[in-house]
Ligand binder design. Structure first.
Ligand SMILES: [Ca+2]
Ligand SMILES: [Ca+2]
Length: 214
């Protein structure tokens, strides 16, 4: 007899918690993947790449606040053959996230640091949902900490492409990271109203039927 009321209470409880945010997640090698994209220009990874086996060095920071030192084990160095060339990185988050902060650990001097990053953001269906051009700062020295770039959008991002380049063809950096919340579709106010109206309709219909059977 109380089933419709229980259902409506459960719905209200669900709506009440839908807007609550869990703590943001730092995305790194434990929960996302990275690979070298086909848009990478002709060039050389010098001595830091091992034919792609070590590209995960760009997502190995344990947290957004992590400090890294510039060693063969921690960074990627790419040299494009021609001006304008660069390294394309493809990130897969595995599920959709709303990105809150972008983190970039750059090299510490102009001779080799990254001067430009062109980001493209794609949703679960691989549709483009945003782009961003970044001119990153030099990395701190000697311990390299991330430059944090706050983003209000894009939302619902699963795939990210980053084209990383240097004005002198040199690309050297430690990590790219993202702080993000798992995307949670929240019902539109109109939808909530319709759902509530539907429940009320169900309740009154039950009452009407019970009354009719008396
Ligand atoms: Ca690293
Ligand atoms: Ca530079």
């Amino acid at each position: 007899m109380s089933t419709p009321i229980a259902a409506s209470l459960a719905l209200l409880s669900l709506l009440g918690t839908a807007g609550a945010q869990a703590a943001p997640t730092y995305l790194n090698g434990t929960n996302i993947t990275v690979s070298v994209g086909p848009g990478t220009s002709p060039g050389s990874f010098n001595n830091t790449f091992a034919n792609g086996a070590t590209i995960a060095k760009v997502i190995d920071a344990p947290s957004a606040a992590a400090e890294e030192f510039h060693t063969q084990a921690t960074h990627i160095w790419f040299t494009a053959d021609q001006a304008g060339g660069g390294l394309e990185l493809l990130f897969d988050f595995g599920t959709a996230y709303d990105i809150g902060t972008l983190h970039f650990w750059n090299y510490t001097s102009e001779d080799y640091d990254v001067d430009h990053i062109a980001f493209s953001f794609f949703n679960q269906a691989n549709a483009l949902v945003g782009t961003l051009e970044v001119t990153p700062a030099l990395g701190s020295s000697p311990g390299i900490r991330a430059q944090d770039i706050l983003l209000a959008a894009p939302l619902n991002v699963r795939y990210v492409t980053a084209f990383v380049s240097g004005s002198n063809r040199q690309v050297d950096f430690q990590n790219i990271g993202f702080t993000a919340d798992v995307s949670a579709p929240i019902p539109e106010p109109g939808t909530v109203g319709l759902m509530a109206a539907g429940l009320l309709g169900l309740l009154s219909h039950r009452r009407w039927r019970r009354g009719a059977h008396r």
